[in-house]
Ligand binder design. Structure first.
Ligand code: ATP
Ligand code: MG
Length: 301
């Protein structure tokens, strides 16, 4: 797991961030950035670079490797620190609170602001990056960019989906995005997987989620990772979140992915609430969602 760097932000000085962004810049060209390149990339004199590298290495924000030359690179913590710094400078957030969720591919924290927000750091590529790294000869640089790039792209894709869908579809309100991180409204409620629905709530909640899927399709997206873990149920209704893998409706697999999303969702209701979930013709239901004609699952019974 990637450590929460929020507690150390106050100790970092502006020049430390110059060093980190200099390193980020250098990592566009090579996996490890030669120490000698850093004064230029960071805009600091060589003694200051040494001093900053030491501070940042002690805090786990950079890693050093000596092969033919001494090279440095950012860690995920260092990348997190850069994103946090940007959010703080833009006044997006005032501080980071406790964890809201830890996924395979993300870390989500509560953030303080004028209202409760959530900060999601994307980690796509991270596991991959660790594995690849063990076997890799450090001088071959052809894939050096992968974890940065993969995680940043995922954050950009998720943010773009949220911006398109909000507020027509019940998704977390997007607030800001930088590098591999997004800031959004904090959702109320609990994951559908942990919501104990009463007999009377089952069909209405299933209807609400299908309505949101219909709305998303209308706005041009299929979620493509629909499950009881990516829906929140609260007093205000349902919220569908976790959109980095969403595909546009004109994608060649969109129809197939929508059908799978519907199977996953209805399948969950059928397993967890067998008596309350009507027998549904899922293929007809999927057609109705695509045609923007969905009203209630009762009609597909
Ligand atoms: N806006 C939010 N408000 C409150 N909690 C959130 C928010 N976004 C995410 N979470 C919490 O963080 C968890 C992980 O978020 P998300 O599903 O977006 O990431 P993920 O990488 O897909 O995780 P996983 O791999 O486990 O599905 C969620 O299950 C939820 O509990
Ligand atoms: Mg998820």
């Amino acid at each position: 797991m990637v450590r929460n760097v929020a507690g150390e932000m106050a100790e970092l000085e502006p020049e430390d961030f110059h060093l980190l962004s200099g390193l980020e810049h250098g990592m566009r060209f090579s996996r490890w950035v030669a120490e000698g390149k850093l004064p230029e990339f960071a805009g600091l004199d060589p003694e200051d670079v040494d001093y900053r590298l030491d501070r940042c290495e002690r805090r786990g924000l950079v890693e050093r490797k000596t092969i033919q030359y001494t090279g440095y690179r950012l860690t995920f913590e260092g990348y997190d620190a850069l994103a946090l710094h940007t959010f703080a400078e833009r006044d997006t957030i005032d501080g980071v609170g406790g964890p809201l969720g830890v996924g395979k591919e993300s870390d989500v924290y509560e953030v303080r602001s004028f209202q409760p927000l959530a900060l999601k750091y994307h980690r796509e590529g991270y596991t991959n990056f660790r594995e690849v790294d063990k076997e890799r000869d450090y001088t071959s640089d052809n894939q050096h960019i992968s974890w940065f790039y993969t995680a940043r792209k995922a954050a950009e894709r998720e943010y773009e989906a949220l911006e398109t869908l909000y507020p027509d579809v019940q998704v977390p309100r997007p607030v800001d995005q930088n590098r591999h991180a997004i800031v959004m409204a904090k959702m109320d409620g609990v994951e559908l997987s942990r919501a104990g629905l009463t007999d009377q709530q089952v069909v209405p909640v299933l209807d609400l989620v299908l309505e949101e899927m219909t709305g998303a399709y209308r706005e041009g997206f299929v979620h493509a990772d629909m499950s009881e873990y990516n829906v929140f149920v609260g007093t205000g209704g349902v919220t569908v979140f976790d959109w980095p893998q969403a595909v546009p409706t004109d994608h060649e697999n969109a129809v197939e992915l929508l059908a799978r999303d519907i199977e996953n969702l209805v399948g969950y209701f059928r397993r967890k609430y067998p008596r309350q979930t009507p027998e549904i013709d899922e293929a007809v239901l999927a057609d109705a969602v695509r045609a923007d004609e969905f009203e209630t699952v009762r009609a597909f019974d």
